[in-house]
Design a protein around this ligand. Structure first.
Ligand SMILES: *Cc1c(COP(=O)(O)O)cnc(C)c1O
Length: 232
């Protein structure tokens, strides 16, 4: 059965607006990153024509391979980045959500400098402490953020997290609230080259909860494009 992405986008838009309102904000305060991993340029272009402005991919190779076939849009890298893949995306993405080491920060900085650009990044935090999750633990944040002050071709723009999978009995509100606390604390500390503009959290199953807890950037895939044939 073909997925009706027009209806899905309208539904997600309504739900974002309602959740924003419940947290005292409006739709325009929240960025929707439509996650298109595994989907082809045709479906992506359909979404862009329906108003999607930001696309998220979790594999650098997919960005490289699809880039030329997709209409102008803001690309986000949301998945793990190995340093040998930075070259595929450095001149294509507007934001890298998944920076989780000083080494990766340094390498992105080097590639950005070579291209004469400043790359915006988010630091990925493993807020739940689940062993399977990528991201740094909250107590490593200070050293990464301090290090960012020494780099001139990246800018830290906020934090990102991937919360645990949920079922009917639990929500991720606790993790999202903890992330929001970190986001506020860091903003108050005023690190050089660090501004807390984006808090990237919330996926298809929990984006409304995330927004209610202070997220201003949600990464939504299957609620728009349907179930993926396989997961990455
Ligand atoms: C796939 C993915 C998403 C979107 O997941 P859905 O549950 O399909 O909305 C969001 N963030 C990351 C990092 C992902 O890899």
């Amino acid at each position: 059965m073909r997925v009706n992405i027009k209806e899905n986008i309208e539904d997600v838009e309504r739900r974002i607006a309602a959740a924003a309102e419940r947290s005292g904000r409006s739709r325009s305060d929240i960025t929707l990153v439509a996650v298109t991993k595994t989907h082809g340029p045709e479906l992506m272009n359909e979404a862009i024509k329906l108003g999607v402005t930001d696309i998220g991919e979790n594999r650098p190779q997919e960005i490289r391979d699809k880039f030329e076939s997709v209409l102008p849009v803001r690309w986000h890298l949301i998945g793990q980045l190995q340093t040998n893949k930075i070259k595929y995306i450095i001149d294509k993405v507007c934001l890298i959500h998944s920076v989780d080491s000083i080494h990766l920060m340094d390498e992105i900085n080097k590639h950005a400098a070579k291209h004469g650009i400043v790359m915006d990044i988010l630091i990925e935090v493993n807020i739940s402490g689940e062993a399977t999750k990528s991201g740094i633990s909250p107590d490593e944040l200070d050293s990464l953020l301090t290090h960012a002050g020494e780099l001139s071709s990246i800018r830290v723009k906020g934090l990102m997290t991937v919360a645990p999978k949920i079922d009917e009995n639990i929500t991720n509100a606790l993790h999202f609230n903890n992330m929001h606390d970190l986001f506020i604390d860091i903003g108050n500390k005023k690190y050089d080259n660090v501004s807390m503009e984006y808090l990237s959290m919330g996926m298809s199953g929990d984006f409304e909860t995330a927004i209610e807890c202070g997220s201003n950037m949600v990464r939504v895939g299957s609620a728009i494009f349907g179930k993926r044939g396989y997961d990455l």
